[in-house]
Design a protein around this ligand. Structure first.
Ligand code: 5GP
Ligand code: MN
Length: 341
């Protein structure tokens, strides 16, 4: 790896055209990491473009550079042209092109002779990158991007704006430094970022204390509908299209809801089912301790992710999805019950 970063450092010594690509339904980590690199590369004199497969959720639209982000879904031609025209493509916070959605995935697969750089903290990265910085022990891609910038020898380019992006990415992916993925390195990097003058409390408020009235009432509905299955130490919530529309659902409104299921004293596994307008049912999985939520997601819901936080989807109806879920619980029962042993 030190050799590879040296090679990349040389490559980045002269101005390049760079595309930064993040995963579909981007979260604070993906956007934070990309926003930071966007600022750093611009300072270095590169021509940089930040491309998101779909829109940036409203609760993250205050992040630096989100106003300059090109949304693939609504600007396909321009996005494709910019990607095809880049010298270097950074893929951030995902391990496989499929995480960008069908159409963008196809574009990425069709590219010839491009230099790909992957920076990511998910398991099992696909083998497309010329330079791969992959480590599933890291809390977040933003944590890795901080180290990447340092390794490039560009620590002096870090400023308050870049720190704001990276801190937000680390904070959101660690659940404010409480998930098991938080390490002493995470804390040291967060401390370095704080020293650059960010207002960490303001960031906390922007993310967690900025709910709309509709979102808070939707949370009320979700909590009322929470089902607890004590024999499986499992809690789940299902929200139908109709329920979501009743509270004028906006992308990102259900962010964090799944964690309430896990806040139950006796739950080790929490799930939320969200009925989409056109894409079947999206599911988020969370677990405590060593129960692999990602294995459940991968095996039955076309998804994956981290040990304690995973996602997936199905074309089944809501009812079908819940039935399948309950059918498969017995298979994982022992593992779920033993999560904290
Ligand atoms: P969320 O539940 O917040 O949407 O996703 C939690 C984590 O699961 C994400 O950080 C991501 O790593 C992973 N994830 C979410 N959706 C998918 C998916 O459809 N496929 C895969 N492989 N991982 C996903
Ligand atoms: Mn992440």
């Amino acid at each position: 790896m030190p050799q590879r970063i040296k090679e990349l450092r040389n490559l980045l010594n002269s101005p390049k055209k760079i595309s930064l690509i993040i995963h579909r339904n981007p979260d604070g980590d993906a956007i934070g990491a990309a926003s930071a690199l966007y600022s750093v590369f611009n300072k270095m004199g590169h021509q940089t473009h930040l491309i998101s497969p779909n829109e940036i959720p409203e609760y993250l639209q205050w992040l630096p550079n989100t106003d300059k982000t090109l949304i693939f879904d609504s600007n396909k031609e321009e996005s494709i042209r910019l990607i095809q025209d880049s010298d270097i493509i950074f893929t951030l916070d995902f391990n496989d092109f499929s995480r960008t959605g069908n159409e963008l995935e196809e574009v990425l697969h069709s590219l010839k002779n491009k230099t790909f750089v992957l920076i990511d903290h998910h398991l099992e990265p696909s083998d497309y990158a010329n330079y791969m910085f992959s480590d599933h022990h890291r809390s977040s891609t933003s944590e890795m991007v901080y180290e990447f910038i340092v390794e490039l020898g560009k620590k002096d380019l870090l400023d308050k704006v870049i720190a704001k992006s990276l801190y937000t990415g680390i904070m959101t992916d660690t659940g404010s430094f409480k998930f098991p993925n938080t390490t002493s390195t995470t804390m040291r990097i967060a401390a370095d970022l704080m020293d650059l003058g960010i207002n960490h409390n303001k960031i906390q408020i922007k993310i967690y204390d900025s709910f709309s009235y509709d979102k808070l009432r939707l949370l009320g509905e979700a909590l009322n509908k929470l089902v607890f299955l004590p024999e499986y130490k499992t809690a789940y919530i299902a929200l139908t299209k109709k329920e979501l529309h009743k509270y004028h659902y906006q992308k990102g409104d259900t962010e964090g809801f799944v964690n309430y299921g896990l806040s139950l004293k006796d739950s080790n596994f929490a799930v939320i089912f969200l009925e989409n307008d056109n894409e079947g049912v999206r599911i988020s999985f969370r677990s405590k301790g060593k129960f692999p939520a990602n294995e459940f997601a991968k095996k039955y819901f076309n998804g994956g992710g981290h040990l304690n936080a995973a996602g997936g989807r199905t074309n089944l109806s809501m009812e079908g999805a819940i039935t399948l879920f309950k059918e498969k619980l017995p298979e994982f029962k022992e593992q779920i019950l033993a999560a904290n042993d």
